[in-house]
Design a protein around this ligand. Structure first.
Ligand SMILES: Nc1ncnc2c1ncn2[C@@H]1O[C@H](COP(=O)(O)OP(=O)(O)OP(=O)(O)O)[C@@H](O)[C@H]1O
Ligand SMILES: [Mg+2]
Length: 346
């Protein structure tokens, strides 16, 4: 009854409704969207695809299963979350639009497929809403191609009607996890293609960098030393079984431990070197926290391994208060981008 008496919103009121910001994590392995303050609303798609020659039969299988696909005159492309199923159905490896955190120059379909995957998650903007998307920091192999990667994605997101802004991935981890510390601390994302780090003071990134080694590097090397054929199988084994707190009992797990340690060693050495090199860091009056995020940080025992390797290297250039895991390592970057987009929208 009350509803009947309410006056409809005036035009001025309608126009003043706050536009809703979007956070988008454009990762080598997965693309993740956060477009509401509710963490459970975060959605993702795998950043991968499979191409098969056009045939009635293949298309019928896809239609029956309600899978997302696209066809041109030569091929059918299955992309996003249906990729793993279709790749194992065909006993083949998926193709990847990104490599080591950036558009994959060896993949001719990279931009086209990524646009399709992004469109599965991101609707057209209504009123030039702010959309913050993640980009990696500079590093070995990420320089000019980083400028290109960022510009291509920004153009595409602008073509969907957004006010698109790039956010460093390590800084997104800080935005998501270090609100109570005034956004002061070290955010690290251990992703598929790379590790990204930001050392932030009062929400300002003072040191940012990337290391082109992470989950894919571990998979690739385990495949090679174990003489395996199928890297999807190795990745799924890692995601389902790996526990870094236990002594490995088989060769595959032993190899995984070795390459995990290799990734961590490289990252920690680089972090030390960056602090030593950096001359104009502001003085902090209290020890800094470190937050770990990203899919590669998911296995049990990862935090303990990181801490013990950090300590094993001797005194660290700055005082660390604690090392902790992000609340949900797979959605941290998207959440941080959403928080950045919210503050830009105010
Ligand atoms: N439970 C798990 N155990 C181990 N590894 C995992 C687990 N879940 C995901 N991964 C690995 O995490 C990586 C993907 O992580 P994430 O989604 O954070 O990467 P991304 O953001 O797509 O990549 P990047 O940030 O490097 O561009 C893959 O290598 C995947 O195999
Ligand atoms: Mg990532």
């Amino acid at each position: 009854m009350e509803e009947k008496n309410q006056a409809p919103a005036s035009k001025a009121e309608t126009l003043s409704i706050k536009s809703s910001p979007v956070g988008l994590d454009i990762g080598t392995s997965r693309i993740v969207i956060a477009d509401s303050p509710v963490n459970s609303d975060i959605r993702s798609q795998m950043n991968a695809f499979v191409a098969v020659p056009c045939s009635e039969m293949a298309e019928n299988v896809l239609k029956q299963r309600g899978m997302v696909y696209e066809r041109n005159c030569k091929n059918i492309y299955v992309y996003g979350n249906d990729t793993d199923f279709f790749a194992s159905f065909l006993d083949t490896d998926a193709r990847r639009p990104m490599h080591s955190g950036l558009l994959n120059p060896q993949e001719e379909m990279s931009q086209h497929i990524m646009q399709r995957i992004i469109q599965l998650l991101v609707p057209r903007a209504k009123r030039n809403e702010v959309l913050c998307f993640s980009v990696p920091g500079k590093g070995e192999g990420a320089n000019g191609n980083l400028v290109y990667h960022e510009a291509v994605l920004k153009n595409f997101l602008q073509s969907l009607g957004y006010n698109a802004k790039a956010i460093n991935e390590g800084q997104a981890v800080v935005f998501s996890e270090l609100q109570d510390e005034n956004f002061t601390g070290i955010g690290i994302s251990f992703g598929g293609g790379m590790c990204n780090v930001s050392v932030s003071f009062m929400s300002m990134p003072m040191i940012t960098f990337s290391v082109p080694k992470s989950g894919d590097y571990i998979d690739r090397n385990v495949v090679e030393v174990m003489g395996e054929r199928n890297s999807t199988k190795v990745r799924l084994f890692k995601e389902e079984n790996l526990d870094l707190s236990r002594q490995p009992k088989d060769d595959m797990t032993r190899a995984m431990h070795i390459f995990y340690e290799d990734v961590l060693q490289t990252l920690i050495e680089r972090l030390r070197a960056e602090f030593k090199r950096s001359s104009q860091l502001p003085k902090v009056d209290r020890p800094m926290p470190i937050v770990l995020a990203g899919g590669t940080a998911k296995p049990a025992g990862f935090l303990q391994k990181f801490e013990s390797m950090l300590r094993a290297g001797g005194e660290f250039p700055i005082e660390i208060s604690d090392v902790r895991m992000a609340k949900d390592p797979l959605t941290t970057t998207a959440n941080g981008c959403y928080i950045a987009a919210m503050s830009e929208s105010k």
